[in-house]
Design a protein around this ligand. Structure first.
Ligand SMILES: [Zn+2]
Length: 128
């Protein structure tokens, strides 16, 4: 019994715009990450480093936490896009890396960087 699904490959005409989009998005995110790091108040070396935070440091703390959270999200997305690009490269784009099933094309349209299907995403969420 052969699993013909696994031989499926998106035609170049479909993959090319996806690939271009991902590369563009990657560039945009990298720039954004640099910007976010600059905006982080903790990146300002002139700030005091004592831990007993007076009120005026609360904003800074908040700003830092926010920059960090956004930075983390961006980094995650960058990793994800790199992964998707490598899937394109090996001709496995659109096929779930966990179960080998097709990823719903509607899902791919919304999240072109995705490399796992809805079912596996749900499973992963439960595990975490
Ligand atoms: Zn899957």
């Amino acid at each position: 019994m052969t699993k013909s699904d696994n031989k499926f490959k998106f035609p170049e005409a479909v993959l090319k715009p996806v690939k271009n989009f991902l590369i563009e998005e990657l560039g945009r995110l990298k720039k954004r990450r640099v910007q976010i790091e600059k905006d982080d108040p903790f990146a300002d070396e002139s700030r005091t480093s004592d831990n007993a935070a007076p009120d005026f440091e609360a904003d800074e703390q908040f700003g830092h936490a926010r920059s960090e959270a956004i930075g983390r999200e961006i980094s995650k997305k960058i990793i994800q896009i790199r992964k998707a690009l490598s899937r394109v490269k090996i001709g496995r784009y659109g096929i779930c890396e966990k179960c080998g099933e097709f990823i719903d094309t509607k899902r791919l349209m919304v999240y072109p960087e995705t490399t796992i299907c809805v079912n596996c995403t749900e499973k992963q969420k439960k595990e975490n």
